[in-house]
Ligand binder design. Structure first.
Ligand code: FES
Length: 101
């Protein structure tokens, strides 16, 4: 059963930023945009770049290597939403950012 895991503190992630966090062996890209937090798989399905270092705008992160674009809300590839990467619920408990994996 998926559980919430504390992956960072709210002070670790500024507005418009992303960071890579680990839950066990799984790497997750955590983002903050518009005061909300989002979590998707960190590895781009194209050639494996880390998405946490991508360009973030209007709820979409653009992969830093070849510019594939993924929606933060559901992990869908913005140019072909039939393809999706993992997307995980996020909650804030006090100062802790928690991801359900
Ligand atoms: S590795 Fe992400 S678009 Fe190529």
């Amino acid at each position: 059963m998926a559980e919430f895991h504390t992956v960072a503190r709210t002070s670790d992630l500024g507005e418009g930023e992303g960071m890579t966090v680990a839950v066990g062996t799984k790497l997750i890209a955590l983002f903050r945009e518009g005061g909300r937090y989002f979590a998707i798989d960190d590895m781009c399905p194209h050639m494996g770049s880390s998405l946490s270092g991508g360009y973030l705008e209007n709820g979409i992160v653009t992969c830093p290597w070849h510019a594939w674009r993924f929606r933060l809300a559901d992990g869908a590839w913005a140019d072909n939403p039939r393809i999706k990467i993992g997307c995980y619920p996020v909650r804030v408990e006090g100062e802790d950012i928690q991801v359900q994996v």
